[in-house]
Design a protein around this ligand. Sequence first.
Ligand SMILES: *[C@@H]1O[C@H](CO)[C@@H](O)[C@H](O)[C@H]1NC(C)=O
Length: 551
Amino acid sequence: MGRASRSADLLSALQLLLLLLRTTTARALGPRISVPLDSEERLIRKFEAENISNYTALLLSQDGKTLYVGAREALFALNSNLSFLPGGEYQELLWSADPDRKQQCSFKGKDPKRDCQNYIKILLPLNSSHLLTCGTAAFSPLCAYINTASFTLARDEAGSVLLEDGKGRCPFDPNFKSTALVVDGELYTGTVSSFQGNDPAISRSQSPRPTKTESSLNWLQDPAFVASAYVPESLGSPIGDDDKIYFFFSETGQEFEFFENTIVSRVARVCKGDEGGERVLQQRWTSFLKAQLLCSRPDDGFPFNVLQDVFTLNPNPQDWRKTLFYGVFTSQWHRGTTEGSAICVFTMNDVQKAFDGLYKKVNRETQQWYTETHPVPTPRPGACITNSARERKINSSLQLPDRVLNFLKDHFLMDGQVRSRLLLLQPQARYQRVAVHRVPGLHSTYDVLFLGTGDGRLHKAVTLDSRVHIIEELQVFPQGQPVQNLLLDSHGGLLYASSHSGVVQVPVANCSLYPTCGDCLLARDPYCAWNGSTCKLLSLYQPDLASSTHM
Ligand SMILES: *[C@@H]1O[C@H](CO)[C@@H](O)[C@H](O)[C@H]1NC(C)=O
């Protein structure tokens, strides 16, 4: 059986090779409206502070009035209405790596100007009074707490800034991708955690329950983390399931031994209640499982295998089963100048099917992978603690039997791949970031996608008849600047994008771009409607109306 599945893999590998030899046909997908950088047409407002670069982290306060921004050696608190106006005021918090660290960093051969700085990578709400922030701090990462009332770094009684080691939470190298989120006051991260940029881990770093992936077992292979999501699966669960944290990344596909350095995209997950094992897998996840994400061109199967970003859309907070994962992919095998990308959407149901299905097993001696066909121990390895486990007097991962945990050591990859629906092939842009807004339009519900490109553009796209149409293009940053981050303020009707030179704020729609009734309808912009004389923003999304509900 194992052999059969291996020859199936070989077959698909050959198909892949054939595909790569075929030339690809590009499909032109032009937006209806394209607005260049210097245009007055669109209300693009830009924030840039003097002598500050590399704006990456974006966070909106709960009331939507303050936008927190993390850049190089500095953080900002911006008023979403005022700070983006010319000469607008803002709060600044300078946090630079100390001279000692900078010196050590350059001693170790790093570029003092480029590498030996503090690049803010993590900026998250911790509780009602504090934010958590982490920066690369000259290749020796640190974390600190920000008092939101005063917008200053928290200090201890003696008056010195409260700093924590950021290793395992924040990468050393500012160019490395990582992801982080806070759930119930605990920080979950996916990052590489060493000076050399190896030793990757998915961890919950803060005491009292530090838990991570086991590095000696190679659960991760040179991953590039792009996103993470919290899904409250305990809500109304008939089996007494636990909440889960999902991680999205691309990595080397060990199971594809026929091609060296084949990149695959993955979803991995852990249970919120996981406390590690008692003897086996101590302080290690007992619930770590990963599966392959597939996004390919339907007509010939050309693979878009490198994940760039994932947006988790949970349209109904009462029903996590409706959760959708919108993924932006590029391909490892794009040749020449064609730098295309693809957008695929994954359903929660399909993700769950993979995690509930068969396991792959690695033979540690030969490093070959097989489909596991032998019986699986109970409770099911990698599952969260559920009612059926509790009936066996297993109330915590600490009580899981050794044979279950030992099984998991070599069975952390699922056999089934998660298939997706391809929504858009984009031969002319390299998408880096995606944010999605579910909009109840006049006649039905639309998912509006905001996409950030590698060359400073924003695309707005709408799902219509299960396809995605790009309806608008905006050049928001100069050509050489990739869109590093996107943040959607759906209540305020605003979108924020950040890059090397600054942060821009744009309204989700500018219906006045469409002067006639025909234009307004043809625009297919679900935010806009013709009211008899002008193309108007549907009142539901008027920023002023929405923000007045905050008061
Ligand atoms: C920081 O910004 C500069 C341009 O100002 C860019 O060349 C560099 O790649 C950026 N670094 C990171 C880590 O984003």
